[in-house]
Design a protein around this ligand. Structure first.
Ligand code: 6PG
Length: 254
């Protein structure tokens, strides 16, 4: 890692989710105050679900101006949107269907098209339109939420994947051989272009990989999460004590 990452250690997963939800609301308010909108790329997986549920409850549900929030996804499984594995479906159940966000502000990765490559191309078009991008521009999300897989993947950027070296396209389709499944994912330049990147990592099974990502040698083909290094944005790791258990004392207090 280039700059020393900011790591915030919370005592438990519920406190991690509460901290993340509070930061989400504060970032939304700041972005809306300045730019009249808040664009966020949501993470999949299980860790952020408690955060999502908090966004649909008082006081946060009422504290966020949902008419100004735009939801995107950092990655998606290439399954129908109502499939149990869908990241969109999980977020819709946890909060999207429970907050007054206009339907046109919700931008799922279109997985009900012919094939994953079509989904990636169409989502790239969605990003270009929303962010009014010229050729070669990279979209700058106000917030990108990310998780960390046990082997170091983030979004759907898995070890040794060709997607890790993608520097031109914004969205790619990727076949994950260990899962025998197609995924669609934002590419490293897009994730690193965010104003704020927030990793949420919890549980003892993430302790070794979190230590490797944050304190081990820079080896992004083996640990893709290391690719996310916003040159002009903030990178913060919200972790619980179990996941942080192998980190050095110096890093925990960062
Ligand atoms: C996905 C996610 C993925 C996830 C990690 C951590 O589609 O699964 O984008 O990158 O964040 O695998 O998942 P957990 O939070 O379930 O541990």
């Amino acid at each position: 890692m280039s700059a020393k990452p900011k790591v915030v250690v919370l005592p438990s997963p519920p406190k991690l989710s509460r901290e993340a939800a509070t930061r989400f609301q504060r970032l939304a308010s700041e972005s809306i105050a300045v730019a009249r909108r808040f664009s966020v790329a949501l993470s999949g997986g299980s860790t952020p679900l408690a955060l999502y549920r908090l966004l649909a409850e008082a006081p946060l549900r009422e504290a966020i101006d949902w008419s100004r929030v735009h939801l995107f996804w950092g990655d998606e499984r290439f399954v129908p949107l109502d499939h149990p594995d869908s990241n969109y479906g999980a977020a819709r159940e946890a909060f999207v269907s429970r907050v007054p966000i206009p339907a046109e502000n919700v931008h799922p990765i279109p997985t009900e098209v012919a094939d994953p490559e079509t989904a990636a191309t169409q989502y790239e078009d969605t990003l270009r339109r929303f962010f009014s991008l010229s050729e070669g521009d990279i979209p700058r999300f106000d917030l990108v939420l990310l998780g960390l897989g046990p082997e170091g993947h983030t979004a759907s950027l898995f070890p040794e994947s060709a997607a890790l070296d993608e520097h031109k396209r914004l969205v790619v389709a990727t076949f994950v051989s260990k899962l025998a499944a197609w995924r669609v994912t934002l590419t490293p330049p897009v994730l690193s272009s965010a104003r704020q990147v927030m990793f949420l990592v919890a549980g003892p099974d993430k302790a070794a990989v979190l230590r490797d990502v944050l304190e081990g040698p820079y080896d992004p083909h083996r640990l893709p999460a290391q690719l996310v290094r916003p040159p002009d944005g903030d990178l913060i790791w919200l972790v619980d004590e179990a996941a942080a258990s192998l980190l050095s004392a110096g890093l925990k207090g960062s």
